[in-house]
Design a binder for this molecule. Structure first.
Ligand SMILES: Cc1cc2nc3c(=O)[nH]c(=O)nc-3n(C[C@H](O)[C@H](O)[C@H](O)COP(=O)(O)O)c2cc1C
Length: 361
């Protein structure tokens, strides 16, 4: 099934392999697309992946979490983003852009010294940062920024957008009872914690119309005491389905609960697909496409997930950093990715670009 075509909300995919959003550190210092970034994505497109989801792209300057990330918070970015989508399309690839605000997981050094913003002032022991609580007007400003970014993505020729609602960034912070301690329209109970994402989705839909694909990556589980758990995230997913979201990518974890998102040392098939139970639960209860990410390394595991109906699409991040042509290799008979999940690629600060440190010393 892995190499069967798949129609994802109108995007014709040549197979069921997705490149999960992966920060590249290849935009210029102002967030513009560079030649290096285009070359990087051309390699992925040539490598046979069905759908590329870009690294997280910034919707508002108050949410910059990493240096040299792709930016989309101003119309000035559209022209160069267009060069990227054209290059991928020319090679027969499909490309969706992931939209993010980093929330409390931003560092003041990347915000001109300013304190990061979040739903509530909850200290993060992993970054040693206490964010500033967002004012109501600020919340609406960010919602509008997501809508504007979606419109720019459409003008730039992306096949769709993915909301980054996972991993402890701003949207995930609003959803999580651990990071959202507000007692107003934006927090206080489950329904109110959902309001921010609901408004973000509505703002985006208003800008792009009914037929443009809007996907989301979200946590099934925050893996933190008092955080989001699968029962609640499933209810959120149902709410999103009702509103018209086109697909959900299942992930988990936040900086504070690391390394749950990108788990290290996946060396046998039992350790693979570590969010599979969650995607099975979501698949059972929802009718929209479910994308599973997290530790998928073997073709047999990927096939088994699809055969058993635990997900509709297989999403991969780290192995494609090492082997951008892994889908083609799978098709030609390779069984297992070379990636050993050492997480050397995640030492962003030390690397000039995100790369596999096993083969690029
Ligand atoms: C270097 C690196 C950068 C990442 N950047 C993003 C990102 O921009 N957005 C996102 O949603 N996840 C990001 N992730 C998480 C991956 O998309 C994925 O969820 C995680 O690595 C587990 O999948 P894997 O086992 O196939 O690597 C990143 C992971 C790595 C290793």
């Amino acid at each position: 099934m892995l190499f069967e075509q798949y129609n994802l909300a109108g995007i014709e995919l040549k197979n069921r392999i997705v490149r999960s959003a992966t920060y590249e550190k290849r935009a210029d210092v102002d967030g513009f697309i560079t030649d290096a970034l285009i070359e990087f994505y051309k390699e992925l497109a040539k490598g046979g992946v069905g759908l590329i989801i870009t690294g997280n792209a910034l919707v508002h300057i108050s949410g910059r979490s990493v240096p040299q990330m792709i930016c989309i918070h101003n119309d000035y970015y559209i022209d160069k983003l267009k060069r990227l989508t054209e290059a991928v399309h020319k090679l027969g690839g499909k490309i969706v852009i992931q939209l993010v605000h980093g929330g409390r997981q931003c560092f003041p050094a990347l915000l001109g010294g300013l304190q990061p913003i979040a739903p509530s002032e909850v200290y993060d022991p992993s970054t040693k940062i206490t964010p500033r609580e967002m004012a109501n007007e600020e919340i609406w400003e960010i919602i509008e920024a997501f809508g504007d970014a979606a419109r720019r993505a459409m003008y730039a020729g992306f096949d769709g957008v993915q909301i980054h609602g996972a991993h402890g960034y701003l949207i995930s912070e609003f959803l999580s009872p651990h990071t959202n301690r507000r007692d107003d329209y934006w927090g206080g109970d489950e329904e109110r914690r959902f309001h921010f994402l609901e408004e973000v989705y509505k703002a985006m839909r208003k800008e792009v119309g009914d037929n443009y694909p809007i996907l989301i990556k979200m946590n099934a589980d925050d893996f933190i005491e008092g955080g989001l758990i699968p029962e609640e995230s499933l209810r959120i997913a149902k709410g999103l389905e009702e509103m018209g979201i086109d697909a959900i990518e299942i992930s988990g974890g936040m900086y504070e609960s690391a390394p749950k998102t990108a788990q290290p040392n996946i060396l046998n098939t039992e350790q693979e697909a570590y969010f599979r139970e969650n995607s099975r639960l979501f698949k059972k209860e929802l009718n929209i496409p479910i994308i599973l990410v997290g530790g998928i390394r073997s073709k047999s595991v990927a096939e088994d997930i699809l055969q058993k109906g635990d997900a509709d699409l297989i999403s991969i991040s780290r192995p494609l950093i090492r082997e951008p042509d892994l889908p083609n290799k799978f098709k030609e008979g390779k069984e297992k990715a070379d990636c050993i999940s050492c997480n050397g690629c995640m030492r962003f600060q030390k690397l000039n670009v995100v790369k596999c440190t096993q083969i690029n010393k």
